[in-house]
Design a protein around this ligand. Sequence first.
Ligand code: HEM
Length: 459
Amino acid sequence: SETVPIPHPPRIPLIGSVTSFDREVPLNTFILLAKQYGEIYQLDLFGKIIVQLNSYALINEVCNEMRFKKTVAPALAEVRDLISDGLFTAHGDEENWGIAHRLLMPAFNAQSIRGMFDDMKDICDQLVLKWERFGHDNIIDPADDFTRLTLDTIALCSMSYRFNSFYLTEPPQFAKAMVEYLKECFARATRPSIVQAMMPGASAKFQENKEFMTSVGNKIIEERKANPIEKKDLLNIMLFGVDPKTGQRLSEDTIMRNLLTFLIAGHETSSGLLTFMTYYLMKNPETMRKLRNEIDEVVGQEPIQLEDLSKMPYLIAVMRETLRLSPPTPQRSAAPVADTVLGGKYFVKAGTYLRLHIWAMHKDPTIWGEDANEFRPERMLDGKFEALPPNAWQPFGFGARACIGRAFAWQEVQLVMASVVQKFDLFFVDPSYNLELQMNLTVKPKNFHIRARPRNLGP
Ligand code: HEM
């Protein structure tokens, strides 16, 4: 059948096709281009050819693991310098991915995650206490406090390690090193190599941060080996587990890389979800009221119990709707295994870098209707979520390479959001605030500030 050329913005020699690229928030550029070009376009980004897919139909087609495989996007490829073949950044054919995947899947299943509830609550209580004690005058940066929370939670649950972020004015050194490091990875991926070569300062800092994080990872392993504990946390599973398929164990290097992987993959994403969700709830007082009614009915004024979490369907609808409108990992990458034709008309060669614009697909009107840009959790209730076409909602990625931490994030966010809504009335510092984005490896709200006033619960 006839194929047609993939549309592309005009190309400029040397720079490629992008003249006004939003370096700080590339997502903004991709959102604009998707509006302009529709379901597909091709981009030359400083010499890298990217085919960007925006529609449900095309992205659903790429959700076929016989025809397409995950690729490690340029920014993630930079992170490989630190975590190499750790789960997130491994290439599909790397042996350590299979070993770690088989060992860790059971450790991340629903049953294991339920066992982490008390540790999650420990950290959640620290956040609640902080907001209560500082009181209504205090200006809160939710992205900052939620990042402290998610970092402390993943470290405590996965390796029984305490960052104690809520007891420090500045974020812990590890968190700072990580944020700087990821920012730099992200910048490198969109910087022409000639510019990169002229930035030795950035490179020295990059190296220093990498060494610091590696040393923390190694220290955690050394301490555990010197002081073994019974707990079946992820660190112990990696230290002592044997892969049922190959009989192999993970080397200490691989363990260290996966520890750092959990810290990286397991905290920015969840804190993004918490922050977006806070924003959408505050912008939609009717939704907030419904959610609070649900929490008051199920939990009342008591501390939240594990059993409560399965009794709050509206909370889940709010989480799903937040992840639809603002998936913290807005794009993922894949490549065709062999030469192929997309959508019956676009020819793409084997190995072509395809970028799946999940952020745009989550607003495709053919799936979500004309009010696709509105926040409306009701579209996720009463069996409507289950009735969605396959792969229409995929904030956690897809297939073999989908998020291993989904159940973990789910329970953590349920607990924290329910606690916040149960305990506080929230207020915008700037009542006219509208969502702005900031972006490192993930995206979250920017310049968003709130106040929290403890609810007057008692008689
Ligand atoms: C993979 C999103 C929380 C660990 C992924 C992918 C997405 C994602 C989209 C696939 C990436 C790709 O295709 O390249 C999210 C979101 C989260 C979240 C939105 C929270 C709301 C977590 C948590 C952990 C985690 C809490 C760890 C405890 C991982 C790992 C992978 C992954 C290790 C790689 C899996 C593999 O390729 O084998 N995540 N994630 N994530 N995530 Fe998450």
